[in-house]
Ligand binder design. Structure first.
Ligand code: FES
Length: 535
């Protein structure tokens, strides 16, 4: 029987299902829930999912789902089998994604604007995967509440390039992507106001930071130049407008500020990260690294700034890993391998049955396979009691066998998965090494590596060092700073002086295009090796 890949959102879980299996059956097989009052008989209309791509609706679906919903891909999970690889969003899922909202800011002061008593504002960190919104009191500069959700554009592709490709198809695609993200910002803003008792007409400012593609898509700008070398953005400068002109319904009269971008793949979120930690004021050599679908790397050599973007791919987000998923209930978040019998010891978010591995466990798994001699430095797996030769997947480490930990299916980490991690970590390490070359610094000069974002927050630094994701610094020099871009956005919301700083940072930062480096291919190939690299 032929099988196809079904990607379930918002978890990002990938499953192979046969053509005879309904999507409802597949969702239940992996322990997820979707409403199904009629038990799959096609009468209640409750098992709604959003499919992309979606095939033509069945007769039952046209009766039970409105025309508008049919147009945007809503289908009934019990009525659909798939005949090609498809992505399905389960709306209002009970397994909400674990989204990192908090961050650490540098203690250096910043000037709070005066004269805003009784006014409030929203700072938005617009990520490729998640959107985080913070409600702040403009007169005091303090955060009142925050709210977060998956970026609704995820259904059009997990990574930036697939969104760009979708927007490039036609004007309709670009408009749709813009509308989806503005609707979500409206929804988060309204929710924050309702929950905090702040009247929405008291929102006088809204600030957005994000990568360049998210910035362009939110403003409805042409993204075609971001899809082709030399990946030039349409807009680098900061952009100020108001909610009505942008198309935001929740804040029509608010001033809206989009922070500046550096390059096609280094956006205002990176500048906000620098601002939040004041990497530009560092007395020593420090690195700032934010690993998402791209890795943005910043090197500050006593305030002189260098940056680049490394195409890490989506392995650390679980997207290109056989049993990878986002960090939410059911995701294995940490893993160690017992030396005595190669058996894994796992911890699962939410404590229930494991369904897949999120980024931190993916790094742990490779580090532990390496530590136990189950893969070599070149990334080759070796057969053992727990590394099995699967007929479909080839050599694979059995993370969870059928029935173990109350799991409904096996979870494996394959030889191909190890290769995916090598490519991702090779891109990050090569980018870091090239910036170090350009800035003429050595590993022993690095006083700290600040890790921004969810991946940086949850990974075990010792596992990251074991697979040489970073240059070999002492463990205590690796510091997680949480959602640093969000912290930067909050500063921009309450301080015009900070806006001046970020606009200056944009002009003074040295952007380095990795592809133009003479030895990039050699450095990258060397960087995919899994053992510590010393310069
Ligand atoms: S479960 Fe009732 S219509 Fe699908």
């Amino acid at each position: 029987m032929r099988e196809h890949v079904l990607i379930l959102e918002p978890s990002g879980l990938r499953i192979a299902i046969g053509e005879q299996t309904t999507i409802l059956e597949a969702i239940r097989m992996v322990g997820l829930q979707v409403s199904s009052e009629c038990g799959g008989r096609g009468t209640c209309g409750k098992c709604r999912i959003i499919l992309n791509p979606a095939t033509a609706p069945t007769r039952v679906e046209t009766q039970l789902i409105g025309e508008h919903d049919i147009d945007v891909g809503v289908r009934l999970a019990c009525q659909h089998r798939i005949s090609f690889d498809t992505r399905a969003v389960i709306p209002h899922t009970s397994t909400a994604a674990k989204i990192l909202a908090s961050g650490v800011s540098s203690t250096s002061d910043f000037a709070l604007d005066e004269g805003h008593e009784g006014e409030f504002g929203i700072a938005v960190d617009l990520g490729t995967t998640t959107i985080v919104a913070y409600l702040l009191d403009l007169s005091k500069g303090n955060q009142i509440a925050n709210s977060a959700d998956l970026n609704p554009q995820v259904i059009f592709g997990e990574d930036v390039m697939s969104r760009i490709a979708y927007a490039m198809k036609d004007e309709k695609g670009r408009t749709l992507l813009k509308q989806r993200v503005l609707d979500k910002i409206d929804e988060l803003s309204t929710m924050l106001c309702n929950e905090s008792g702040v009247p929405s007409n008291k929102l006088s400012r809204l600030v957005v930071v994000g990568n360049t593609a998210m910035h362009h898509l939110a403003l409805g700008l042409d993204t075609s130049s971001l899809g082709l070398a030399p990946y030039e953005p349409q807009m680098r400068d900061a952009f100020t407008s108001n909610g009505r002109k942008i198309g935001l319904k929740s804040t029509p009269d608010a001033e809206v500020y989009f922070a500046p971008n550096v390059a096609g793949f280094v956006g205002s979120d990176t500048l906000a990260f620098i601002l939040s930690q004041r990497l530009d004021l560092a007395d020593d050599v420090v690195l700032g690294i934010d690993i998402g679908t791209n890795g943005e790397i910043v090197l500050s050599k006593r305030g002189e700034l260098f940056c680049c973007s490394a195409a890490a791919g989506s392995a650390f987000e679980g997207a290109t890993i056989s049993h990878g998923m986002r960090g939410q209930d059911g995701a294995i978040e940490h893993l160690t391998i017992r030396e005595i019998d190669d058996a894994p010891e796992i911890s699962v978010i939410g404590g229930g049955a494991p369904r897949g591995l999120c980024g931190s466990a993916i790094v742990d798994t490779v580090a532990e396979l390496l530590r136990n001699g189950l893969v070599d430095a070149g990334g080759r797996m070796k057969a053992s009691a727990r590394v099995v030769d699967d007929t479909k997947a080839g050599l694979a480490y059995l993370v969870v066998g059928a029935g173990e930990h109350a799991s409904k299916s096996r979870i494996m980490f394959t030889q191909r998965d190890v290769r995916q991690v090598q490519l991702a970590k090779g891109a990050i390490l090569a980018g870091t090494q090239i910036l170090m070359q350009v800035a003429n610094v050595r590993t022993e000069d690095i006083k700290a590596i600040y890790l921004a974002g969810a991946f940086g927050n949850y990974i075990d630094p010792s596992s990251a060092l074991r697979i040489s994701l970073f240059p070999p610094v002492d463990l205590e020099r690796i510091i997680a700073v949480g959602n640093a871009a969000g912290e930067g956005a909050k500063r921009l919301l309450v301080s015009r002086r900070s806006r001046g700083v970020i606009e200056q940072l944009r002009r003074k930062i040295n952007y380095y295009e990795l592809a133009t480096h003479d030895n990039f291919a050699d450095i990258f190939a060397q960087a995919t090796i899994l053992e510590s690299v010393h310069d």
